[in-house]
Design a protein around this ligand. Sequence first.
Ligand code: NAD
Length: 353
Amino acid sequence: MIGSFTFENLPCRVVFGSGTLGAAKAEIERLGGKRVLVLATPQQEAHGKALGAALGPLYAGLFAGATMHTPVEVTERAIAAMKACEADCVVALGGGATTGLGKALAFRTGVNQLCIPTTYAGSEMTPILGQTENGLKTTVRDVAVLPETVIYDVDLTMTLPVGLTATSGINAIAHAVEALYARDTNPVTSLMAEEGIRALARALPAIAAKPDDRASRSEALYGAWLCGVCLGTVGMALHHKLCHTLGGTFDLPHAETHTIVLPHALAYNAPAVPEAMARIARAIGATDASRGLFDLAKRLGAKVALRDIGMPESGIDRAADLAVTNAYWNPRPLERAAIRDLIARAWAGEPPV
Ligand code: NAD
């Protein structure tokens, strides 16, 4: 039986395919943009410049200073760059860090955004902006930060290193996993979640074996889009809260942290969400969802221990305290001892139980 639910479609235009970067100029014109500031990280500056050249007279400048966690001081420098070149539109070309900067600019100035993601982080599909000021991370939820248009071009993901492909892909899977047991879960988002997990679980091992396999790269990007929609449409729970806390407290890398924590957070919630467990297991082709995700990460060569990405052992208790400090919704009540256990296993790289 289908129960009662609420579903809200977010207003975002999506252009998906290969060679779709070529549509950027037309998409900017569609938004009424006349002068564009291109955003990138220092590592992707050359890509930003190449895009600028392709935009011809629309190109007003490049800001290649995007960085993790969207620090407010970087946003302020980007606003100054926007003013200096009189930009009326921004194009964010890159991963979640660059997308975050575009969203921060939209939040502060109301500027229109075209987003061109090159990882599987999914931020481009959410009305959520996380930013940091004086070391403190805060989150804003406002539809004003959602990009007006998103271009997914599989060609741009061909250069995504195999390691980041694996962790970014599992980061995307995490959005869909928590969508399947979200408080505001609904049948439409769940369809996208299961399909997103299925697409990524099938594509990631194929990409690890053959990084230039365009069909698998395309399937992974499609999966990442679906998972991003899940993240933007329903609320998340323990897994995202834990990763947010661990990342912020110990300055751990985003996608790697998600990859390590996901099987353990899912195992914790398993008794409360049997239907979601069955759907996830079916999507990844495993008998047990959390063990299947742990094995997938290992098979992809990703790190599976928090200690291997810089978390000190002394941080386990602190993380457990923080995880139960601010009450938030989770399908299984938050029990400190069991959460401490979960973090300790993730720290040591043990399989989930
Ligand atoms: P990232 O954007 O920091 O990218 C990681 C590195 O990979 C960067 O150096 C980048 O230049 C490089 N890179 C990106 N694409 C590449 C490609 N195709 N080829 C080669 N190199 C490439 O990392 P991420 O995991 O994409 O994003 C993480 C950030 O996104 C975090 O700050 C996180 O908080 C944020 N995020 C926000 C939301 C949201 O809804 N607000 C959702 C997910 C992630």
